[in-house]
Design a protein around this ligand. Structure first.
Ligand SMILES: *Cc1c(COP(=O)(O)O)cnc(C)c1O
Length: 355
């Protein structure tokens, strides 16, 4: 089955093989080396010198860890869809003070609005979604970052779950404090591991926060890594670590970042052009994601039936997310999917729908 859904993605066989590397003790020298190697490669991928933390959880784990560990006063949650709203839910359920600034589905978070909100001086943390997977919108994070930089007291958190590995994330340029992702999207691994950065500013802020929880306390993880040579407080998914270390070498040295991001753009353009010819893009093309395209079902096709037909042919796309189900559908073009795979998928959809 070829997956064209925005995670989990189809995983290359050589990566799956790495997942079955024989176990080592998580307190061994080898474990330290593996984890150090991953940190150095993630710093290269993200262009940062900030500490790298791994979490044996999906990306949501680190979202919750970030907001809980680093909000002392009040969090400003900027949302353009389901995943933005998830931050707010986490803030609420952890008893944090937070306000939700939600834009309409299909829109971006506006830099002017961020300016207006942060200028109140009420907030010490802001969250942003880079690539809103539910609507296929890519937020202008570099533009927004220029605004956030004017508020150095605010901890800047960015969810790049569905973009890291597919779109360039330059943390030095962004000046972001916590950038997080998980393995099952553009990085092309099975689900089960999440990764984030943790800036000196975020570390200092976490020291001021009292109830940071236990498993997802980012400060506790950071301090343990520092003291125990990159090892983790609890037993991590070593299998994922082998696969991640291997895949990061592939991305950095075999395919190359530039080529990888270019391939994602090519696939996105292919899908967008097909969508414009046959349906309609859900968002303005200028703000469309390079990793997942959300298509308006303006022809009223039966998306569920289309997917059943596709499944019989060995491939799968995604229906719309939440209340956008059947009103939209989504085609992911991320991780190690090839341009040819996209061509093949679109040809099959054309055949099924007689387009
Ligand atoms: C998938 C996704 C998440 C959730 O990540 P999990 O790894 O499933 O917890 C969060 N944010 C975005 C933008 C996503 O695409």
């Amino acid at each position: 089955m070829k997956l064209f859904i925005p995670g989990p993605v189809t995983v290359r066989p050589d990566i799956l093989e790495k997942m079955s590397t024989p176990m080592i003790g998580h307190r061994s020298k080898e474990a330290s080396e593996l984890q150090r190697s991953i940190s150095l490669k993630m710093q290269k991928l993200w262009n940062t010198n900030d500490a790298i933390l791994l979490s044996t959880s999906s990306g949501s784990g680190l979202m919750e860890g970030a907001i809980r560990s680093c909000t002392k006063e009040r969090a400003a949650i900027f949302s353009i869809g389901a995943f933005g709203n998830r931050w707010y839910q986490m803030a609420e359920q952890n008893g944090l003070n937070a306000d939700l600034f939600e834009d309409e589905k299909g829109e971006i978070s506006k830099p002017e609005k961020v300016e207006e909100v942060l200028s109140t001086g009420k907030y010490d943390l802001i969250t942003l979604t880079h690539n809103e997977t539910s609507t296929g919108v890519q937020n202008p994070i570099y533009e927004i970052a220029e605004v956030v930089k004017r508020y150095p007291e605010v901890i800047f958190c960015i969810d790049t779950v569905s973009s890291t590995g597919g779109v360039d994330i330059d943390i030095e340029k962004l000046g972001a404090d916590i950038v997080l992702t998980s393995t099952q999207k553009c990085l092309g691994l099975p689900p089960g591991l999440a990764i984030c950065t943790f800036s000196d500013k975020a570390i200092a802020k976490a020291r001021e926060v009292e109830n940071r929880g236990f498993y997802l306390d980012l400060l506790a993880i950071y301090e343990y890594i520092l003291k125990k040579d990159f090892q983790y407080p609890s037993t991590p998914s070593i299998s994922h670590m082998y696969a991640l270390d291997y895949q990061l070498s592939y991305i950095l040295e075999v395919e190359g970042k530039v080529e990888r991001y270019k391939r994602h753009k090519q696939m996105a353009e292919l899908v967008r052009n097909w969508a414009k010819t046959n349906f309609q893009l859900f968002t303005d093309e200028k703000i469309s994601s390079d990793t997942v395209t959300c298509i308006s079902n303006n022809k009223g096709i039966d998306v569920k039936a289309l997917n059943e037909n596709l499944k019989a042919r060995g491939m799968q796309i995604s229906n719309g997310y939440g209340d956008l189900k059947e009103k939209t559908f989504r085609i992911a073009h991320m991780a190690d999917t090839k341009v040819e795979d996209i061509v093949m998928l679109l040809k099959n959809i054309d055949e099924i729908l007689c387009l």
